[in-house]
Design a protein around this ligand. Sequence first.
Ligand code: APR
Length: 393
Amino acid sequence: MDSTRTQVAVVGAGPAGLAVANLLRQSGIDTVLLEEQSRKFVEQRPRAGFIEEWAVRALDRHGLADQLLREAEQQDRFEFRFEGARHVVRYGEVVEGRHFLYPQQFLVADLVGLHTSNGGDARFQVSDVRLAELESARPVVTYVDATTGRQHRIDCDFVAGCDGAHGVTQTYFPAATTIRARHDYGIGWLAMLAEAPPSADCVFFGIHPRGFGAHMARGPRVTRFYLECRPGDTPENWPDDRVWTELHARLGTPDGPINEGPIFEKRVLDMHNYVTEPMSYGRLHLAGESAHVVAPIAAKGMNLAINDALLLAEAIAAYYRGDPSRLAGYSTACLRRVWQYQEFSQWLSDIFHSGTADPFKARLSQARVRRLLGSREALVAFAQLYLGIDADF
Ligand code: APR
């Protein structure tokens, strides 16, 4: 068995793992990054694409956002569409902040390139990752190199579990001392990507008796659409003509038609949230969706992954400078923003999904939208959470 000694083993090369690996390398801390997919796969895997300005500025402070700042379009408003009308919410006019539209796979490709071109040890196509000795000062990670079949062992000081919602590292948390708080929406979202030019220059959400719909650009030639569907629904139940009928009905307005184009991704999301508390166990620290998932209501997943990564890298660097307190407080620090974003997403989801709900819920949500559209103070409070400004309560 080949063996490597390093300071931090990072499992997972998504936004969380790649940010952690780059930030630790910049602090002079040795890492080995393990990823089960190929480099080519992760650099092309379409996922999220809306980054909050605080996260962009934090990445930029570490020299990780040059390409993003050159290419990303900025967004400062969105539309609610209901009863055949468009209602613009100009959140970027009441606070200092924007969203940066940058497909997640572009950020992943940037971070992989930066890490590997600066000597970072990134190993792709690994399999059978296992952790051991997590409660000792010398945790061990073993894995099989899927291309050679050879077993590898990594002796390290810490493990960063950044392997997402279906990863292996979260399974090492003892049930007796771990809370897994979970919420099921009881609905599905049909998530699609279409080779269609965006139908507007901003995100828009359709609140409709037939169900929720959403439109968000993923670049000048690709649009992401969502359609509320029943839980457990399948893409097979949604042939293209049914999809376009529903998108036109739920999102189109007389002055805001929907651009069609070949649909090249169609999958049903199981709309749920979960949070693992605490996010640390012994020398294993989770960051990103390995610790918490928030349904794509307010584009919070990738921003939380970046927040965790910034906090974890700072905490580990502080440990090696002789201050273990940041690492001891890592989980608590992350969970502040995690729960503010979960609460905000829930609040917004109640608006999105009120079109088909009972009349009482529908009127509650209409009152929320009227307040948001009519009160500057309500819009400021909304904008701060939507953009993650001062959100660590
Ligand atoms: N061993 C090694 N790598 C693994 C393993 C494993 N056992 N299991 C999963 N991975 C890899 C996945 O292939 C993926 O590249 O871990 C990575 C996890 O990345 P993400 O799922 O992107 O999670 P995260 O970095 O927390 O970023 C959250 O990604 O899932 C989206 O929409 C979500 O935008 C959010 C963001």
